[in-house]
Design a protein around this ligand. Structure first.
Ligand code: LLP
Length: 385
């Protein structure tokens, strides 16, 4: 049945909840038999409806702010299943996490560990921490979303480990129980994850020599998704992903492996829907000016990211367009020189694969209006996209 795109108020995000549930089911079916624990990275999308669906599916939460912790608690994640990462945890955020006895602090520096220990001691608490170690592995992805190489602000460098371990031994209020690494995002080459496994094995050797028992190993997130042809494979290849860790990471029976997937969970279930306001002929370029802008989806402007664009309302022969938004910035575009069926005012465009780092990165620049949201669960069959 033809979907009724014309009924939607644009610009809006549309979330396919069936696809989200299918994706969660696929992750669980590959992770659970191995005893792996997956924490969903809230930073990818912290929409309430999505979070409730994810918590109900038994996932944990990876948070990077006090407000994300608060949101995770409100949307049904168990405190023990929450991990708190980030280079700049403020005191109130640490206190909030301590008050709720969250699962783990993923710590990124020595001064941070000292502050966590100090604040835990004030509350007569002992809290579990994991060290985020910079594994110095190049994720071979976009420069802005590579995190595991040396000149990065993230993680503890290996040279600093002896000093950090010594401090952890001296501090009663923290229990060092975990090791955490994350090398970047949108990684589709499984060899990169294989290199990460090998590096984690080396790190484990180091901890063994230091007589530190690491019960939890958290390998971060980063699994990439298909932006080019989202319809071909809306569910990422979780089989190859988890298999890589099963094959190459040495795990003792008493150790638990954790993952922090964000993009791979929600990326494909979200679409940004927009309408053509004007078709404008430039000197060399034909512009389709649409009612969504970089304020609704900043990824093309910020990373030159590709998002597939289709028009469900025009079947006319194709022409080349630059699809641009109404924001007062030249970088406000969604696609350049792309082929689309001939467009006219009122045609609807679907910008695919916008479920991760879309809604959460929106802004109110130019005093933009509040966005609208539609969920497949609320729509009658004739409206489904
Ligand atoms: N864990 C840590 C420590 C992270 O820094 C991130 C993402 C994740 C997990 C989740 O990564 P994912 O599975 O989603 O790749 N705004 C950028 C992406 C920034 C990623 C930041 N860290 C984008 O739109 O591509």
């Amino acid at each position: 049945m033809e979907p009724q795109y014309t009924d939607l108020n644009t610009p809006c995000y549309f979330y396919d909840m069936d696809l989200l549930r299918e994706t969660l089911g696929s992750i669980s079916s590959h992770a659970s038999p191995n005893g792996y624990k997956v924490h969903y990275a809230l930073k990818a999308n912290s929409n309430d409806r999505l979070l409730r669906t994810i918590s109900q599916a038994g996932f944990g939460a990876d948070c990077v702010s006090g407000n994300e912790i608060q949101k995770a608690l409100e949307t049904g994640f168990a405190p023990a299943d929450i991990v708190f990462a980030g280079v700049g945890k403020a005191d109130w955020e640490i206190d909030l996490a301590l008050n709720h006895d969250i699962g783990f602090f993923n710590c990124e520096s020595l001064p941070e560990i000292e502050v966590i220990a100090e604040r835990a001691a004030l509350k007569n608490k002992k809290t579990r921490i994991a060290l985020r170690i910079n594994p110095e592995i190049d994720a071979k992805t976009h420069y802005y979303i590579t995190t595991g190489i040396e000149e990065n602000k993230f993680g503890i460098n290996r040279e600093d480990l002896p000093r950090v371990l010594q401090t952890c031994r001296e501090l009663d209020a923290v229990e060092l129980k975990g090791l955490h690494v994350h090398i970047g995002s949108q990684i589709t080459d499984m060899d990169v994850f294989k290199s990460l496994c090998i590096r984690v094995n080396e790190l484990q050797e180091y901890f063994r020599r230091e007589h530190i028992v690491i019960e939890h190993i958290n390998v971060g997130g980063g699994l990439g998704i298909n932006y080019e042809e989202p319809q071909d494979g809306p569910i990422p290849d979780f089989d190859s992903y988890f298999k890589t860790f099963r094959e190459f990471l040495h795990l003792e029976p008493w150790q638990q492996l954790h993952f922090e997937l964000g993009r791979a969970v929600t990326g494909q279930c979200g679409k940004l829907i927009t309408r053509v306001l004007y078709v404008k002929d430039g000197i060399h370029t034909r512009f389709a000016v649409v009612d969504a802008g970089m304020t609704e989806l900043i990824r093309p402007a910020l990373y030159h990211a590709y998002h597939k664009i289709t028009s469900p309302t025009s079947q006319r022969p194709e022409k080349k367009y630059d699809v641009v938004g109404p924001i007062c910035e030249s970088s406000d575009y969604f696609g350049k020189a792309i082929d689309l069926p001939e467009l006219s005012r009122g045609d609807v465009l679907v910008i695919h694969t916008a479920g991760a780092y879309g809604e959460v990165m929106r802004s109110f620049y130019n005093l933009r209006d509040h966005l609208k949201f539609y969920y497949s669960d609320d729509m009658s069959r004739k409206h489904k996209i």
